[in-house]
Ligand binder design. Structure first.
Ligand SMILES: *Cc1c(COP(=O)(O)O)cnc(C)c1O
Length: 407
């Protein structure tokens, strides 16, 4: 499989990856989404757009981010080698800016004046507010009142960047209601604004568009790793929430002799409500405008989910992942909160890198992998930095004495 042919043929023209994906939209939203698809397929492949995005990545985002060999951590675990793709060094501290800058640039070329989105933990809101400031656009971020109270630092960052944070007070006042409010606002003003989804999910064209904007991180990682070592890694892994950092990491390796592993959050255990491992425990279903694997409640609606990493607690997963799962090209595994915290402290202790709790899931799996393999290498996408998580971690786990290596 050549990844260029793969990219050209997946999704199909209706936005399907096999059975998954599509655009399950109310009639009145079909036209605005079709307009975005049309614009994406023409504008984003023009030389002018590509050159401008390249310059933004280099001069504003600080790309390329490096690949780093964790020599000390690897030695503690055995003889297999762990490498990190350092997306935590991307501007704003995570991979999300990769697709937000792409979406913002597309909005500029489409003549839009405003970016609209919802946010749960606030990470997507901050990345999009950053893009809006860069492009001189307005930015409306819909956020549940409960989340606003929980995520004060991100709310502050969005406001400093000039975004309007619009509290959503209906229902449970969290992400789901924020999604509904943002869709309504978009519908009322779609001539002037663009809706920016925060992961490789939602109705077509977003799973494709976000993947293509995240492709850069995997492409860089592949070239950097080959240059450093002369070989492919035996395995590549990344955490899977909605699936944007992982799809960007996996796609450039699809045609290589490399095992690809998506790491889901197993939270406090396998009971429904205690985790957010949508791929491993979900069934096929449609929510938020696309078909994929989803965790369902007794009525077939989205189930309540939980993860210690707020960026991973989503009851579904991007449709391309469901397709890569069924075609057995990518393997999906899950790690618990406890394993995640262990990896969070051990990576900090051994390498001087404090990972985001989301990314620590991928590190936790890589540590297991390294213990089980005598040779070879595993390349991990370190999707973000942990500054946002340190207060929570210290409050619940102290300074992690019991998680440290003892010798
Ligand atoms: C949002 C986020 C994730 C999860 O989102 P994906 O779309 O699955 O990549 C992972 N890591 C970090 C640091 C995040 O902010």
């Amino acid at each position: 499989m050549d990844f260029r042919t793969y990219l050209r043929n997946h999704p199909d023209t209706n936005g399907f990856f096999g059975d998954y994906g599509g655009a399950y939209l109310p009639d009145e939203l079909k036209e605005p989404f079709a307009e975005i698809t049309e614009a994406y397929l023409t504008i984003c492949h023009s030389a002018q757009f590509i050159n401008e995005l390249r310059r933004i990545r280099r001069e504003f985002q600080g790309r390329p981010t490096p690949v780093y060999h964790c020599e000390r951590l690897s030695r503690k675990l055995g003889t297999c080698q762990i490498y990190l793709k350092r997306e935590d060094l991307n501007h704003t501290g995570a991979h999300k800016l990769n697709h937000c800058m792409g979406e913002g640039l597309l909005a500029k070329y489409m003549g839009k004046k405003k970016l609209i989105a919802e946010t749960g933990a606030g990470q997507h809101g901050v990345a999009l507010a950053t893009a809006a400031a860069f492009f001189g656009m307005e930015c409306d971020i819909y956020m549940g009142e409960v989340d606003i109270a929980k995520q004060a630092p991100n709310v502050t960052r969005m406001k400093i960047l000039g975004a309007n944070v619009i509290p959503v007070s209906r229902g449970l006042k969290t992400l789901k209601e924020a999604v509904d409010a943002a869709f309504e606002a978009y519908l009322n003003d779609y001539k002037n604004c663009i809706y920016c989804i925060g992961s490789a999910l939602g109705p077509h064209p977003f799973p494709m568009m976000v993947r293509d904007f995240q492709f850069v991180l995997g492409k860089e990682a592949r070239e950097q790793f080959l240059e450093m070592t002369g070989f492919f890694p035996e395995a590549v892994c990344a955490c899977v929430g909605g699936g944007s950092n992982s799809i960007g990491m996996f796609t450039p390796f699809l045609n290589d002799p490399v095992e690809l592993i998506g790491v889901e959050p197993l939270g406090r255990g396998t009971r429904l409500g205690e985790h957010a491992a949508s791929m491993m425990y979900g069934d096929n279903g449609v929510m938020h405008g696309f078909m994929s694997k989803m965790l369902k409640d007794a009525n077939g609606g989205p189930a309540p989910v939980y993860s210690i990493a707020s960026g991973l607690d989503y009851p579904s997963v991007g449709p391309e992942h469901a397709y890569l799962h069924d075609s057995e090209r990518v393997k999906y595994v899950a790690v618990t909160d406890e394993e995640t915290i262990d990896a969070f402290f051990k990576l900090s202790q051994c390498e001087g890198i404090i990972p985001a709790l989301e990314s620590a899931h991928a590190v936790a799996y890589a540590m297991k992998y390294a213990r089980q393999h005598k040779s070879g290498a595993i390349l991990v996408n370190l999707s973000g930095r942990g500054d946002k998580d340190v207060d929570y971690v210290v409050e619940h786990y102290g300074y992690g004495e019991k998680y440290r290596f003892q010798n």
